[in-house]
Design a protein around this ligand. Sequence first.
Ligand code: SF4
Length: 291
Amino acid sequence: MREAPVYRPPSEAESLILPVTAGCSWNRCAFCEMYTDRRYAVTPLAEVDAWLAAAARSGWPVRRVFLADGDPLAADTEHLLAVLDRIRTHFPDLNRISAYASPRNIRAKSDAELGDLAAAGLGLVYAGIESGDDEVLRRVRKGETAASTVEALRRARAAGLRVSVMVINGLGGRALSAAHAAGSAAVVSAVDPEYVSTLVLGLPPGGRRFRTAFGDGFEPLDAAGLLAELGAFVGEVRCRRAVFRSDHASNFLPLRGILSRDRDRLLTEIAAGLAAFRDLPLSQIRPLDQY
Ligand code: SF4
């Protein structure tokens, strides 16, 4: 059966987590150590069947299913369609099926395949774009550029998939903070997703893997720097309807609103956070501070 831990977005807390794959087929992002302890593999359909049957027998009222692990869309479309078919058979009254998806996964699929997945019930993909600045993306070994991210996520949206994008506050450190905020706002605006969220960079003690990849001179942002960067991003990003959230456990200032409607309020809350946290070390306001 499945190795722990299992990772999921905060908004999937009530979902059945279905392990369609294990690990991440890329597994090179310098800031991410979620799957460094496991080899990427596609879960056989018989095992998926066993998980679904066990969940159905439990009597738990499943309304949402989240496909795990890090990039289930790296699996063949035929396999994913078979999984989606089985999910609908076991749980015909679902509200939503969702999954993590990288731009790379999406690029590897044709428009027709993406459309087939949407038609089969995959309703929402969570894409960690991390940054919209090419230099930050290069240094953290994301394997994407701003252009490749925009192209892939626009195709996903055109195929009928809703898209939730994630940006990592602080990923460029002090030197690249302004470029990171501006580039991320530009990429998110170009994608115009349904959901936008931010989380705060957190590294294991020492962060050696990250610092080695990033190169000389990574200086982490303090609380004031993180909030200033977040304010620059929120101030610049333009989306038609996107819901914005900073409700990941790494955030020390939870925010929620519709960007086009609530921008001024969000910026006021960020300014208030800046005033409150300006002189405090991160370790006092964020238990996950691990720099
Ligand atoms: S693609 Fe996602 S899961 Fe894979 S290494 Fe990068 S951040 Fe981690």
